[in-house]
Structures are given as C-alpha cells and as structure tokens.
Design a protein around this ligand. Structure first.
Ligand SMILES: [Zn+2]
Length: 137
C-alpha cells in the first residue's frame, strides 16, 4: 500500500505488514517512527493539526500547496465502502422494519468515524504520492 516507500526503495525491515501498520497508525512514511499528527484523534478540536515536517527524520509532510486535496478521494472511497458494508450488514443481520433505521445504519458509522477516516485518508495520500526524498533538513 505504501507506494512511495515501496517504489523508491525506502522499504524498512518488516516488509509490507510494517508499512501497513505505520499507515494505519499515521506514522511518518519515511522513518515510521514519528506521528504525522500533533494531537490524538480523540482531541476533536485539534485532531487535524499536522506537523509540517517529521520530528524524527525531517521528511516534508506538505510536499506542495494543496497536496491534501487529493485525500478526499481516499476519504470518499473509505466512506462509501463503510456505508455499503454497514448498510448491507444491518439489512442482513437486523432486517429493520422501518426505513429510518436503515438510514441511521448507513450514515451513522461514517459520521462517528470521520476523524479517523480524515486522518487515514491524509496518510494514504502522503504514502501514495508523497515526496520520494528520504530526508530534508
Ligand atoms: Zn520521519
């Protein structure tokens, strides 16, 4: 999944499972040690705030202006997948008798998970299309 690290020979010991773990934990795509975000996901006032560079290795988290606009495509894909999965699972498992219950089952999970989806989509964008530069000081 980590395209830039994979394609540019930045692969760490531990292979792709390590890369996937770093991505899911929103760690730096270069070193995998430091967090991309300054605050916890549960800090709802500041969960969006990112470091400009990796505190550990100096990797640039903002390769160009507007870089993270593309993250909305990752976010959209994850939200649609979540909505379809939740809606189908609810229909199959609960078989609701009223339409509003189906709407709640479809729209509530993305709403509750939106901070995680937002951060993960940014991490996916950086892992996929981030700078190939290993270090920048
Ligand atoms: Zn780093």
């Amino acid at each position: 999944m980590c395209f830039s690290r994979y394609f540019y020979g930045m692969k760490k010991a531990g292979g792709n499972s390590r890369v996937l773990k770093d991505l899911l934990q929103t760690k730096c795509p270069n070193c995998g040690e430091a967090n991309m975000f300054e605050y916890s996901t549960l800090h709802l006032g500041k969960f969006l705030k990112m470091y400009p560079r990796c505190p550990n290795c100096g990797y640039d988290f903002n390769p160009e202006p507007g870089f993270y606009f593309g993250a909305m495509y990752f976010s959209y894909a994850m939200n649609v997948a979540l909505m379809v999965t939740a809606g189908v699972a609810f229909e199959v498992l609960v078989d609701p008798d009223e339409l509003w219950k189906t709407f709640v089952s479809v729209f509530l999970p993305p709403l509750l998970l939106s901070p995680w989806i937002f951060r993960l989509s940014r991490a996916m964008m950086l892992y996929a299309f981030g700078s190939k530069r290993k270090k920048r000081s």
